[in-house]
Design a protein around this ligand. Structure first.
Ligand code: NAD
Ligand code: DAU
Length: 340
């Protein structure tokens, strides 16, 4: 089956391609990796597959109906990772969040209906549920209460996708996952920013009191869950995905400091994120009970391995911090693979 993976050059998309071409999905799919290569997209994340026959990269934008129409030809299933994903950026400037995370979903959904796509997985986030007090978990029937421009745009994308299922029969399934960590994560997010700052002997900016709670999951556990949903999930359903691993930001920070042998003088408490959600925590019993998925990576081991990955791939994150990675596409491809 031809599988269209949008946002494939980003953090989770690239890990998902790895799972499909070098892991559990191997042999079953031809992957079309479609990505606009925004600041967050990095072709170096996909370089291991460049020579494979079951892989093709196409540069394109989910907001462009002509590009989407062309790439949807003969596609059997879509997994949509393409999004603006960083909360702080959505607070600074929201326009791309609205156009990509909302209108981009509509454009993909319309083309998918026209081409008779058999599965449309909309990769969403637990942030659509808003913020929890110190107890309770997000369930699939928890009311949506997004608090940031990012999460509001993702919630709108979910609702549009479900409307396309109800109205036009598009076989949509939504996944809502908690905070991912692992290889290839852009060093603007908490864990890779702190690891790479410390490797450069820089301080780490902890927002507010650092007592906000996130439910951390290894990116490969998230990808394995999406694969199971793709193959066995029920159309029209939402599946929560979580690591069952709640940690405060200050706990994460101290762990990273310890693993990198740095002391607490590297912590800098800075002004809090406006509207900062206090706590996220997932009830993943639906996907576990119905589809048999459960997380496999133990957090302490996963975090240590992730630090090791950033240690062994200094050139990858240094190219990002210096901006050099933006030239990779031109160097590797020129205009080959661009639609339009
Ligand atoms: P990311 O920012 O690392 O990657 C996003 C990718 O989408 C980039 O490669 C970018 O170039 C591409 N993209 C952006 N706009 C595009 C457009 N208009 N057309 C085509 N491509 C475009 O994000 P990520 O962390 O890999 O997240 C992927 C998805 O998973 C997002 O939908 C996000 O909401 C969701 N999600 C992320 C997390 C997390 O912890 N990172 C958790 C749950 C859900
Ligand atoms: O919950 C899933 C979501 O997780 C995804 O939908 C988003 O795409 C992803 O970015 C992530 O959102 P968060 O806002 O939770 O992730 P971030 O890494 O930006 O921040 C994690 C926590 O750490 C949050 O409470 C803010 C805090 N933080 C973050 C940064 C970047 C800091 O204290 N300092 C920082 O410099």
């Amino acid at each position: 089956m031809k599988l269209l993976v949008t946002g494939a050059a980003g953090f989770i998309g690239a890990n998902f391609v790895r799972l499909m071409l070098k892991g559990r999905g191997t042999g079953k799919y031809k992957v079309i990796a479609f990505d606009a290569l925004t600041y967050a997209g990095n072709l170096a994340n996909l370089k291991d597959f460049e020579e494979q026959e079951d892989f093709e990269f196409i540069k394109g934008d989910i907001r462009n109906p002509e590009q989407v129409e062309t790439v949807m030809e003969d596609v059997g299933a879509v997994v949509n990772f393409a999004a603006e994903s960083h909360v702080d950026r959505s607070i600074l400037a929201g326009a791309d969040f609205i156009s990509t995370n909302i209108d981009g979903v509509r454009i993909l959904a319309e083309a998918a209906v026209r081409h008779g796509v058999k599965r449309f997985i909309q990769v969403s986030t637990d942030e659509v549920y808003g913020s929890l007090e110190s107890t309770g978990l997000f369930r699939e029937d928890t009311p949506l209460h997004p608090n940031s421009p990012y999460s509001a745009s993702k919630a709108a994308g979910d609702l549009l996708a479900l409307a396309w299922q109800h109205t036009f029969g598009l076989p949509v399934i939504i996944t809502r996952c908690s905070n991912n960590y692992g290889p290839y994560q852009f060093p603007e997010k908490l864990i890779p920013l702190f690891i790479t700052n410390l490797m450069e002997d820089k301080k780490v900016p902890v927002y507010g009191d650092g007592m906000q709670v996130r439910d951390w999951i290894h990116v490969m556990d998230h990808c394995r869950a999406i694969l199971i949903v793709l193959e066995k999930g029920r159309v029209g359903e939402v599946y929560n995905i979580g690591g069952g691993n709640e940690r405060t930001n200050i706990d994460i920070t101290r762990r990273i400091l310890r693993l990198l042998r740095k002391d607490e003088s590297f912590i800098e408490h800075v002004t809090d994120r406006p509207g900062h959600d206090r706590r996220y925590a997932i009830d993943a019993s639906k996907i576990t009970g119905e589809l048999g998925w459960r997380p496999e990576v133990v957090f302490e081991a996963g975090l240590a391995e992730t630090i090791e990955w950033y240690r062994n791939n200094e050139s990858w994150w240094q190219a990002i911090k210096s901006g050099d990675y933006l030239n990779y596409y031109q160097q590797q491809y020129g205009r080959r693979g661009v639609i339009g």
